[in-house]
Design a protein around this ligand. Structure first.
Ligand code: ADP
Ligand code: ASP
Ligand code: MG
Length: 624
């Protein structure tokens, strides 16, 4: 589990200076960060309206720092302009181009605030010393120097900073990835020790799902960092997922709200502040443009998984839904998904990996979409997955793959059915209905003690634990759970409704299911594996027996190893480091599941302790 910080030590990055305001809580004046998205600054009237909001906060006595995005569709238009010139614009020049959108906005916002009678000053990313690595178009923040912003704030000015941009160590302009202004805003709130970060956008909060696809979606009053991290990375475009990584690491409360009304929005806060009793699922998300890759006849021996994902991680591609079939005759199928835009690069890497490990073929499907449900409450409710599978079965939607983590279930479906799948699932969890439990408005407390205590970890080797940047991967813990057993069903037919029947039978038997994985079906059938508490294994197997179309295998005891932290999926090297460490000890990986905050693998029970020790060493975590 991630541990909250009980002291005020720095959490990462060399950004701390003496007694300055910061995450250490030494602030005297209250500071508010407000971020305005593209639609909120689309024209001069909207810019003036945003300026008035900043001024209102300033008049209440807060220091105010504003982060702005490019106006309206400017960034899309700049991308289109580049494509008119060339199909393959150099990434460095793309950043040079895209960063201009935000520069226009900050200047106009400063003019608007000055016109309304309050002193203001605008800065680009470079001017506030927001330094990043050199991965153009997807750069990560390393450091932010606060001096210039602080002195302008102390002079009583409203400070306006361009979102989405920074500079690398050679002063090349970089951008943080589409939607990255959210990340700038939360990062600034973190380094300046702001009381809160307000995200002004064109919806009045975070909804149970994208209201553009499901109009019945409802606004959520509070959501935890972990749930929002999952939703954002599983397709909820309302927040840039890396901004939530910042918020969680540095303890920044976020208020997502409408630019166009004063209605309270959604607070994204720590789990203790967001708890909702009796609710298993908080929200649903759709990642529409996914692609699935399957490596066929992969030799089942330690080290193979590591070789495959190491090759892909080197190409800096984020993978999801990693599923490995239970091996039959020493060979397995390994499938995973990537964003469709990454397909050409991932295929090149996967072909190379297939050759290296001796797999026979690499197959892919680029017409798939991922539908996920997320909720902290899943940990304690039985039958949560059943509801999802039954909702899809009722619509006749075939589930191509299944993966889960402690707080989410994802299924892969045909892209043409994706919106219908999202609607069905949203309804099945009653997300369109008003929840009885509504929290009182969240009141942000002082910045002190909100940050987490985490061990920073270098992205590459996993042994260099010196922090290099604010967005470095951080590891909170390595754990071993020896209470689980595995059940596998072979010969699972490729037809809608089968998973629903299986998990209905298990739920009716009162068995709590933990991990679920189902690989894609290649020749009309596949296998489906899940873990249950050891003492329930026989009961679960007996419950599904009447439905079995093939063999049922029980693994009476499994070792489940978990590495948890922040940035587990976006830092492509972490799963690889885990697989590599296990491979070195010749430990065979039987099940894998990944989430934003945790990577779990199932291994042979006899290897549990050895695996735990070696992972703790690799990830530099003490066994307390
Ligand atoms: P901005 O330009 O202000 O950053 P975005 O377009 O990035 O705005 O994000 C807001 C949009 O996110 C909404 O208009 C909505 O369609 C979409 N969205 C997707 N998922 C959700 C969700 N769960 N809740 C609210 N909005 C969502
Ligand atoms: N303007 C950038 C984009 O459109 C960044 C942002 O809006 O957050 O992606
Ligand atoms: Mg956005």
């Amino acid at each position: 589990m991630l541990r909250p910080c009980s002291d005020s030590r720095p959490v990462a990055g060399g950004r701390r200076r003496g007694a300055s305001r910061g995450v250490d809580g030494s602030s005297t004046l209250s500071l508010l960060v407000q971020k305005f998205g593209g639609t909120s600054v689309a024209d001069s009237d909207k810019i003036l309206a945003a300026a008035r909001r900043a001024i209102q906060a300033h008049q209440r006595g807060d220091q105010v720092l504003v982060v702005v995005s490019a106006r309206g569709h400017t960034t899309d238009e700049l991308v289109a302009l580049a494509r008119e010139i060339t199909d393959r614009p150099p990434a460095r020049e793309m950043d040079m181009l895209l960063s201009t959108g935000e520069q226009v906005s900050v200047a106009l916002m400063a003019m608007a605030i000055e016109r309304l009678g309050v002193p203001a000053i605008s800065f680009t990313g470079a001017q506030i010393g927001l330094t990043t690595d050199s991965y153009h178009t997807k750069a990560r923040i390393r450091n932010i120097s606060t001096d210039r912003m602080k002195s302008a704030l102390d002079d009583g000015k409203i400070v306006i900073v361009a979102g989405f941009q920074g500079v690398d160590e050679n002063y090349n302009i970089t951008t943080l990835g589409r939607g990255g202004s959210d990340t700038t805003a939360v990062a600034l709130a973190a380094v300046l020790g702001a009381a809160a970060c307000e995200i002004y956008t064109d919806v009045d909060g975070v909804y149970t799902t994208d209201p553009r696809i499901v109009p019945e979606a409802r606004k959520i009053d509070r959501i935890s960092y972990d749930e929002m991290l999952e939703l954002a990375s599983l397709g909820a475009g309302v927040m840039h997922s890396r901004s939530i990584e910042f918020a969680k690491k540095y303890g920044v409360p976020i208020h997502v709200r409408s630019s166009f009304s004063d209605a309270p929005g959604t607070w994204i806060v720590a789990a203790d502040d967001a708890r909702r009793l009796g609710v298993a699922v908080t929200g649903a998300a759709l990642a529409k443009d996914e692609a699935r890759i399957t490596m066929v006849a992969v030799p089942d021996r330690p080290g193979v998984v590591h070789t495959i994902f190491h090759t892909i991680a080197k190409a800096n591609i984020v993978v999801d839904m990693i599923v490995q079939n239970v091996s039959v005759k020493g060979a397995a199928e390994i499938s995973f998904t990537v964003a469709k835009a990454d397909l050409p690069d991932v295929l090149t890497a996967a072909e190379a990996a297939a050759k290296a490990v001796g797999a026979s073929t690499v197959m892919h499907d680029s017409d798939v979409a991922k539908v996920s449900v997320v909720g902290l409450g899943m940990r304690t409710h039985t039958g949560v997955a059943t509801t999802m599978f039954e909702a899809l079965a009722k619509e006749g939607i075939n589930i191509q793959m299944i993966t889960t983590s402690e707080i989410k279930i994802s299924v892969l479906v045909d892209r043409a059915k994706a919106a219908a799948a999202l609607r069905a699932v949203h309804k099945a969890y009653l997300l369109d209905e008003v929840h009885a439990e509504v929290h009182a408005p969240f009141v942000p407390s002082s910045a002190a003690n909100r940050a987490m205590k985490l061990v920073p970890l270098a992205d590459d080797g996993a042994t260099d634990t010196r922090p290099r940047g604010m967005e470095d991967l951080v590891i909170a813990g390595v754990d071993l759970d020896e209470t689980q057993a595995g059940v596998s069903l072979f010969g699972v037919p490729d037809e809608p409704g089968y998973a629903a029947k299986v998990f209905r039978a298990i739920a009716d038997a009162g068995v709590f299911v933990d991990m679920i994985v189902q690989n894609v079906s290649l020749e009309g059938n596949t296998d489906l594996s899940f873990t249950v508490p050891r003492e329930s294994a026989d009961r679960a197997a007996a419950a599904v027996e009447p439905l079995a179309r093939g063999r049922i295998a029980i693994e009476p005891a499994l070792a489940k190893l978990a590495v948890s932290g922040v940035g587990m999926r976006t830092h492509t090297g972490v799963a690889t480091a885990m697989f590599g460490a296990l491979a070195e000890r010749s430990i065979n990986i039987k099940l894998i599941n990944t989430s934003e905050v945790r990577i779990n693998v199932g291994a042979d029970i006899a290897s549990g302790q050895i695996a735990l020790e070696c992972l703790r060493r690799v990830f530099a975590v003490n066994g307390d």
